[in-house]
Design a protein around this ligand. Structure first.
Ligand code: ZN
Length: 149
């Protein structure tokens, strides 16, 4: 096993066991529900948006380890970012997991999120990894539900 996939597994396991920002956000003024019928992942993303900045973000739900770990890391990455920065991260993450962005040769702001680059080799897993991102974006746009189908 390569070093990268070991890191990937460790991070996924850690975030799955102890998801960050995993609760309902009482101060939320936006929320959206996301559903990935292929795998059964289901989650709600809560946003507290103030002056176009994501002041706080959290999620709840159930799903596979990848969807949960990705949601946990998504909340960490988006918290405190402006709406525009969150959109950029969504775009970069989406392009990375679908194979359009090579995180090693192309400039990006993904940081630790690049551990998810490996899912692009597993098309069924791309939806697990990106569900929380689609749901966060729907909440940002004031939409209430999103399905990966
Ligand atoms: Zn899944």
């Amino acid at each position: 096993m390569s070093e990268l996939s070991e890191l990937y597994q460790q991070v996924i396991l850690d975030h799955n066991k102890k998801p960050r920002n995993f609760h309902k956000l009482e101060a939320a003024n936006r929320s959206a529900e996301g559903y990935n019928p292929l795998c059964g992942d289901q989650l709600t993303v809560y946003l507290e948006l103030e002056d176009e900045v994501v002041k706080d973000i959290s999620f709840e739900g159930s799903g596979c380890a990848i969807s949960k770990a990705a949601a946990s890391m998504m909340t960490q990455s988006v918290k405190g970012k402006s709406k525009a920065e969150a959109e950029t991260l969504f775009d970069e993450f989406h392009r990375m997991v679908t194979g359009e962005l090579d995180e090693e040769s192309m400039p990006n702001n993904l940081g630790r999120l690049t551990i998810f680059s490996g899912v692009r080799d597993f098309p069924a897993r791309v939806k697990c990894a990106s569900l929380s991102w689609h749901t966060m974006r729907a909440a940002l746009h004031g939409e209430e539900t999103v399905s990966t189908e």
